[in-house]
Design a protein around this ligand. Structure first.
Ligand SMILES: [Zn+2]
Length: 267
């Protein structure tokens, strides 16, 4: 029995990336993509999850919690887990100091405490990137797990304080006590389906077929595999994708022994 687990993860970025990342300028139209995610996309995703009665993990920037409390509260009320995703959706490597990154992390913790009543155990970095300080900050602040790295495909591993001098050998380093549930750009709706930086989005049928075949591969080849799927309400929430997400859930749930779980429960 392959004993597989599906972790559906929802990166509820809303307006924050359009404010805190890249060179989008002061653009109400870019921000409207985030508004769509909060006002239309998130309720559609929650409807799909509710219909199939599957748990999920929502990584929510504090900026989203403070700006759009209603869909965040609905996610909590319907049993979904909330993980840390920065207060602002700033790529960690962009912080000018360890203190600035730490301050944003602490502000994000406060927003989540206000929403759920407790501090988050898990973290996913904005843009799936770490600064040189991120791992030690997460360890200092007591995070138990992360979902941002790519050193494995379907198996958890331990985060380490690595040593990576450009002029010497790379060393993985010692574990810091944080379990990593790895992500993959191949199982993320954003690069495949969002218009960004002049790149056209892909044919949806091909993308969902690709995800289905990845799941089937894991089911056949990996004992105890964890299928981490990442979606964004502002991307997956656009027609007809909610129906396609629903079909993907049905496909996975239709295989014997498959469980859907929140990341914290898996850890
Ligand atoms: Zn994000």
């Amino acid at each position: 029995m392959p004993n597989p687990t599906v972790c559906l993860t929802v990166d509820f970025d809303a307006v924050s990336p359009w404010l805190h990342m890249g060179d989008f300028g002061d653009s109400p139209v870019q921000r409207s993509r985030g508004r769509f995610g909060a006002e239309v996309g998130a309720p559609r995703v929650l409807d799909v999850l509710d219909r199939h009665d599957v748990p999920s993990t929502w990584f929510i920037p504090g900026h989203t919690i403070d700006s759009f409390p209603e869909p965040c509260q609905r996610a909590v009320d319907e049993g979904h887990e909330v993980g840390h995703h920065g207060w602002s959706h700033t790529q960690p490597g962009e912080y000018e100091s360890r203190e600035a990154e730490r301050a944003d992390l602490l502000r994000g913790v406060e927003s989540i405490k206000g929403l759920t009543g407790s501090e988050p155990d898990g973290y996913r970095s904005p843009s799936w990137d770490f600064s040189a300080n991120t791992v030690s900050l997460l360890a200092d602040l007591g995070f138990e797990w992360s979902s941002s790295g790519m050193a494995r495909e379907f198996e958890p591993y331990e985060l380490t304080e690595e040593h990576a001098p450009p002029d010497g050998p790379y060393e993985v380093g010692e574990p810091v006590g944080i379990t990593e549930l790895p992500v993959s750009w191949q199982r993320d709706d954003y690069p495949a389906l969002a218009y960004s930086g002049g790149h056209a989005f892909s044919d949806e049928t091909a993308v969902f077929d690709h995800w289905r075949r990845q799941f089937d591969w894991m089911y056949e080849h990996v004992d105890g595999g964890i299928f981490v799927m990442t979606v964004h309400p502002q991307v997956i929430g656009r027609a007809p994708r909610p129906a396609m997400l629903s079909e993907l859930i049905e496909h996975a749930a239709g295989k014997p022994g498959v469980e859907f779980a929140r990341m914290g429960d898996v850890v």
